[in-house]
Design a protein around this ligand. Sequence first.
Ligand code: NAD
Ligand code: UDP
Length: 318
Amino acid sequence: MTTTLITGGAGFLGSHLCDRFLAEGHRVICVDNFVTGRKANIQHLLDREDFRFLEHDVSNPFEIDEPIRYVLHFASPASPIDYLELPIQTLKVGSLGTHNTLGLARAHGASYLLASTSEVYGDPLVHPQPETYWGNVNPVGPRGVYDEAKRFAEAMVTAYHRVHGLDIRIIRIFNTYGPRMRLRDGRVVPAFVQQALEGSPLTVFGDGQQTRSFCYVSDLVEGIFRLLMSGVTEPVNIGNPQEMTILDFAETIVRCTDSSSEVSFHDLPVDDPKTRQPDITKARQLLGWEPKVDLAEGLGKTIRFFQGVIEAGKPEVS
Ligand code: NAD
Ligand code: UDP
């Protein structure tokens, strides 16, 4: 049986990856310390024999006493409010956590996939962003803890490839949304959906003219799977190129939820990128991948999920 180890497997993306790799017939080892993830995301998997959970902070070294074929490093706070609250943990998991999991992959002869991010492009001066763009990041700004951790992680992963011949993949993930996001993680999708469902004003930061491009989680998971199974060792963008302003997005959420909420304007966070749109030419050409789920369909599924969470009054703790 092929065994895949997923760090951050109890988080939003990680838990969907656990589901996907189990569905592909892999044994899955999920490693998480619940700093931003939840046991509820993997509760349905805990009794399976082909699933193993290990509660551990991957910034500290660890060993696994069984063969591993793939290591996917997804552990990291990912929402701006999470990484602003956890700046040192974010830097540690991107640096020490990456080093530890690279060492683990090397010891097992496993292939290694790093969850990188569009944030490596910072507040981009090139639009849309191709993988060849080196970015515009403020290392000492509040977002620097995340952006620079991921940039360091990319450099470290590439060094393991060059020096040790490790088989690597680097995915640069653009804003992805879907069920199992935390309602209160501060990212724009859960924030706006909750506000719209509760009839409170949608908190638009700045004038709302900054843009983002939103990818539904099932499309992302397909892109990750294809990249892992490919031989592509350079970074690949995965995201949905459909770009919109945050103000338009707020209006879309109000419409999709049939809400009477208004919009309220608030200060723009420091270094908030003004534009973001993936150039996915490489993913199209090398992986034959492109997104399939349009915004209306993805938002419909996501809104139903958050409605369930709100109605059940489920606590957002592990
Ligand atoms: P998330 O917060 O839901 O998941 C992160 C998971 O990592 C959580 O379960 C958390 O408990 C775990 N974790 C964090 N630090 C850890 C540590 N030191 N040891 C063990 N576990 C730890 O966030 P997400 O949106 O699922 O993001 C997952 C990954 O994908 C992150 O690496 C993030 O940078 C990357 N990413 C996500 C997006 C997106 O739009 N969702 C975009 C770009 C990159
Ligand atoms: N945003 C907003 N209101 C909110 C949360 C976010 O206007 O309540 C904006 C934020 O300033 C950014 C965009 O929405 O321009 C996306 O924010 P998110 O935190 O989801 O992710 P980012 O792309 O900034 O990492």
